[in-house]
Design a protein around this ligand. Sequence first.
Ligand code: HEM
Length: 194
Amino acid sequence: MIITLFIGLHLFNHFMSIYGIHTHIEVMAKLRLVYRNPFAECILLAVVMIQIITGVRLYLMYRSKSRFSFHRLHLLSGLYLAVFLVIHVTAILVGRIILHLDTNVYFGAAGINYFPFNLFFIPYYGLAIMSFFGHLSAIHFKRCNKSVLGITPKIQSYVLITLGAMITASIFYGLTDGLHGITIPQEYKILVGQ
Ligand code: HEM
């Protein structure tokens, strides 16, 4: 629940980049008041680590039993999120502690806006956001057995995945300034070898 809450707020923050990079920075400044303090960060890092360890264990236990598609989606999205979180959180900590950078939108968006780095970073981030929604939709499908307004749990889960795809596209639109590309300040260009 803690990790879902953080990721929800984090993706909302990235989504706000559709109103401009400065809006993204303003929203992050407000959200940091909540999560950027030693207490909240220790809890966040601990739940990320627990999620990774328990997730990989669950994947190894259930991988051979995967039969239907939402179960497979649950396992594969969880596995990708585990790998992504290790790399992503390590990168953020290296950016802060070793490179002494403010890990704001420019840190996240540098790789997306420079060729050939974007060939890696677009699928890397895109799959992460889609895995988050895929994971939620698989859990929803397994746990929920009620139709709402005649919409079956299966359709509700597909709606969640579609919402995820729309949010992913919007985030890339925002983080590239409407596909024009954002200007990355000089201190962040070290991330793209310049
Ligand atoms: C386009 C996609 C994404 C970009 C550009 C991005 C970028 C960033 C940036 C810049 C930070 C540092 C925030 C700060 O210093 O206040 C961060 C932190 C974090 N991100 Fe992402 N992120 C993305 C997607 C995700 C996703 C999908 C997840 C989870 C599945 C995630 C999990 C985290 C976590 C857990 C942290 C906290 C690390 C810490 O403060 O120790 N991110 N991300």
